[in-house]
Ligand binder design. Structure first.
Ligand code: ADP
Ligand code: XUL
Length: 522
């Protein structure tokens, strides 16, 4: 029996997915989610992160992610599954977040001892104990400096796939190097969340791959290597501090003795981890152009595969490398699940009550509208957030629920036209994709069928599929991507939402109005 393990280290949780692939069977045999706040409370996170009082600086402790990986390996071992049958391991991480390690880290990784807990052995390897994560928006000045040095927004987007963004790693590294030059000098290696986690598994510094490296404003997207100009504009001697960029399917090495001795893994190979969105592209089976995916996680993202690296003509979106080769286009919204939770909690609802509110209110909300901006927004950029309301004075809670979901869906539609102008079908994943009423609003706003991917977490499944693909490739068998995903990415037949023609007509009229409202509110 051949099995493959995928992880997803996302904002709020770590997921593990194991798939079995035989000539007659392809199935998910294990899926488990470990929530950081609830299961590792000693790290003091809320929704997986720590927000500063300035309202802009958002970090997370990388030691917590390592503790979660160790805990998850224990859960896998206790599940009774034969871990020695796992042939390859890959993963994905929340994008953009960075981990800063000293020159001692290489030896510490090589020397991990199964007799002790992982976290006790890695404590000394950090030159900075917190990691800036994608929700951070404290680097506006650094973005301006990078943009200036690299010839403006359009030139930077042509080079790296995105204009400068606060959460992208270049701006974060620039801020760290100037705010704490001594700690920067002590930093010998800067990993992304993805390559940090892969390094723990491999017991050596792992490389990056183009899917996640393209979320840094540092990679020459077309050439798939570090851009010397971007490195120079960011921080001194940055090139020697970054991991190399390898193809997404290269073998990093064998899983470290720590995991074999402690938990019973066999000689599994470790494959570079990618970003959570690039990995979800694979886990949703979006391996052919024209397809569109939506992830309703902590962030909401809209994405699809792409043949060419040409950037978003509107300037707001990103082009990343795809871990299946080629590229992917993506638009990210910071006010996703947590904005929905704010409205839910303000009115004392649970998710059933939230869904009932959507069922009991008409499409278009009788002309009422709001913007969904509780925290600084990425798309469109809103630095000083405050939800704006129109015709909602004294409105019942159910209308406020409808207002936030409609605003999010209309913003997704308006800002994803450059990815796929009129998709026939959308594949949805992420925690909120469990909510059929939210998916129905998206189906009506996009005039497209929305289907939910079958697994709970498409990024984690995508990682397991990437592990399978890379392991077969390392044995000389080139499995086409359509065959890699076959049998795993068929949608959940229970959650298939067709657009309602009457509602589609309402939103067709409302979209230009929302566009004007959004513009004016900014
Ligand atoms: P991430 O991968 O970014 O950590 P997830 O994809 O796991 O996040 O999504 C977590 C979010 O899913 C929670 O913050 C919660 O708001 C949302 N969620 C979970 N269940 C539902 C539901 N039934 N309806 C709407 N949202 C939900
Ligand atoms: C994408 C982004 C988020 C994170 C967390 O650019 O910032 O979607 O990857 O999921």
């Amino acid at each position: 029996m051949a099995t493959y393990l995928g992880f997803d280290s996302s904002t709020q949780s770590l997921t593990a997915t194991v798939i079995e692939v035989t000539s007659s069977e392809r199935r998910i045999v294990f899926e488990h989610v470990l929530q950081f706040d609830a299961e590792l409370p000693e790290y003091g996170t809320t929704h997986g992160v720590i927000e500063s009082d300035d309202g802009k600086t958002v970090t997370a402790p990388p030691a917590m992610w390592a503790a979660a990986l160790d805990r998850m390996a224990g859960i896998l071992a206790a599940s009774g599954m034969d871990l020695s049958a796992i042939r390859a391991v890959a993963g994905s991480g929340q994008q953009h977040g960075s981990v800063y390690l000293t020159a001692d880290a290489g030896a510490a990784l090589r020397g991990l001892d199964a007799a002790g807990p992982l976290t006790e052995q890695i404590g000394g390897m950090f030159s900075r104990t917190d990691s800036p994560v994608w929700l951070d928006c404290s680097t506006t000045a650094e973005c301006a400096a990078l943009t200036n040095a690299l010839g403006g927004d359009a030139a930077l987007a042509r080079l790296t796939g995105s204009r400068a963004y606060e959460r992208f790693t270049a701006a974060q590294i620039r801020k760290f190097a100037s705010a704490d030059p001594a700690a920067y000098t002590r930093t010998a290696r800067i990993h992304l969340v993805s390559s940090f986690m892969a390094s723990l598994l491999a017991g050596r510094h792992a490389p990056l791959e183009p899917g996640d490296a393209s979320g840094m404003n540092l990679m020459d997207l077309a050439a798939r290597r570090w851009s010397p100009a971007a490195l120079d504009a960011t921080a001194p001697d940055l090139g020697r501090r970054l991991p190399p960029i390898h193809e997404s399917w290269t073998v990093t090495g064998d899983i470290a003795p720590y995991w074999r001795r402690k938990y019973g893994f066999g000689p599994a190979i470790v494959i570079p981890w990618s970003g959570d969105n690039p990995s979800a592209l694979v886990g949703l089976g979006l391996v052919t152009p024209g397809a569109l995916g939506i992830s309703l996680g902590t962030s909401d993202t809209v994405f699809g595969p792409r043949a060419q690296p040409a950037p978003d003509p509107g300037g707001a979106g990103h082009v990343f490398g795809s871990p299946a080769g080629g590229y992917m286009a993506l638009t990210c919204f910071a006010n996703g699940s947590l904005a929905r939770e704010r409205v839910r909690d303000a009115h004392g609802l649970d998710w059933d009550g939230f869904a009932a509110a959507l069922r009991n209110t008409p499409a278009g909300n009788g002309g009422a509208m709001m913007t969904p901006w509780f925290v600084p927004e990425i798309t469109p950029p809103v630095a000083h957030p405050r939800p704006r309301r129109h015709n909602l004075d004294g409105a019942a809670p159910s209308r406020l629920v409808r207002a936030i979901v409609e605003a999010q869906a209309m913003a997704m539609r308006l800002h994803s036209r450059w990815i796929a102008p009129g998709p026939a079908t959308i594949r949805a994943t992420g925690g909120a994709a469990a909510n059929r009423e939210i998916l129905q609003v998206i189906a009506d706003v996009f005039d497209a069928e929305v289907v939910r991917g079958a697994p709970r977490n498409a990024a984690s499944l995508g990682a397991a599929l990437r592990a399978y693909h890379a392991e077969r490739r390392s044995e000389g068998e080139l499995v086409p991507w359509e065959d890699v995903v076959a049998g795993f990415t068929a949608p959940d037949t229970e959650l298939r939402l067709r657009p309602d023609p009457a509602n589609v007509a309402v939103y067709a009229g409302l979209l230009p109005e929302y566009a004007a409202f959004e513009k004016q509110a900014r």
